[in-house]
Design a protein around this ligand. Sequence first.
Ligand SMILES: Nc1nc2c(c(=O)[nH]1)N[C@H]1C(S)=C(S)[C@@H](COP(=O)(O)O)O[C@H]1N2
Ligand SMILES: [Mo]
Length: 443
Amino acid sequence: MSDQKHHQASGTSDQHVSAGSEASKGPSRRSFLRAGAASSLAMGAGLLAGNKAAATGDPAILELQDWNQYLGEGVDARPYGTPSPFEEHVVRRNVSWLTADPISSVNFTPLHDLDGIITPSGLCFERHHSGIAEVDPAQHRLMIHGMVDKPLVFTMEDLKRFPRENHAYFLECAANSGMEWRGAQLNGCQFTHGMVHNIMYTGVRLSHLLAEAGVKPKGSWLLAEGADSSTMTRSIPLEKALDDCIVAFAMNGEALRPEQGYPVRLVVPGWEGNMWVKWLRRLEIGDAPWQHREETSKYTDLMADGRARRFTWVMDAKSVITNPSPQAPLMHDKGQTVLTGLAWSGRGTIDRVDVSLDGGRSWHAARIDGPSLNKSLHRFYFDFNWDGKPLLLQSRAIDSTGYIQPTKSALRSVRGENSIYHNNGIQTWHVKGPGEVENVEVS
Ligand SMILES: Nc1nc2c(c(=O)[nH]1)N[C@H]1C(S)=C(S)[C@@H](COP(=O)(O)O)O[C@H]1N2
Ligand SMILES: [Mo]
């Protein structure tokens, strides 16, 4: 074992035994780590990776650093905090060849750089049809009209007088993983799976606002319209609107970001992202979907026989391993290894996530950690002892309805290869060795 080697090295050439290295070799620290570790498998590796640095007389321990010698900035230097400059690579990215211009385009959440279940506000992927609308909240109005007893116009202040709720929900664009329908294409989970974010929303139930307006008995559909220059509209069945839709004005504890629809957006839990209208300004009640509009018929799934699936609103269970992945390969040798990823379902919670190291031949139950919330991202971990050999990593999610995330070939046998939307097939990463992971498919 390579870990064993480090141990021996420290035993024979320890001219620089500092307090730090003593602490990390001491029995109390080791037993703490042993007790705290979730996997006895990983602990079987013997000494922990952390002993390596101490063994070689690490200057990070032996030498005084700048931050250890000089005073730092005061409390008035950063009125709105930003991440450490050492984290400047953690950004949204777009794929330039994907769209003709960056105005009607999309960028992707850096899933491989994140942990837990909440997407930081500045890293939530963006999808705009006509760029970011910069809306003055004082001039913004939300109108409810159509088949209602009493048409209403709300200011932002009016909206904030209704009872509020907080919910963490994922939003996934229906086109997420769309480029992967015909085969492995993009090298990184940011690009294959990054059209998803998970935000803690604060807002008011749409049902409260609709009750105020009084929906007429024949009303069965809702048209939602945005205030951006594309005046994007979407038809939503009234049943869903009354069930759990939220008119949200805050994300992750503060006002919505302009990119996410400031000052107010529609939240349509579990359903495809295009229906979550941003910069929401108009809600019209009708008795049929607004099918004549180009936008409502665009989101269809073309099947092999030329027929198309339509009104496929719910996002089925899906998962992806975020680390290791092509943008975040394993950087260490064999031994103690943490694998992690995300799982979600538009139909409820995630009951279980299985992980395979051998391309789906054998499966191990992963450990879901953190809150398991309805229609929210779930974080999973699999702690294992890597033998240093190539791996074919896969994850599969099982949701609270019992639905099991399908393989890509199972999905293709039902849907063909002409679709763009709703690709929730199992992703495979080929770990070739330290520093190298590739997007592949196994048959
Ligand atoms: N007004 C408006 N709402 C919109 C869009 C838009 O272009 N304009 N894009 C939709 C699409 S296709 C998606 S996937 C989500 C993306 O939300 P996000 O930008 O917060 O990631 O917003 C939806 N709501
Ligand atoms: Mo979308």
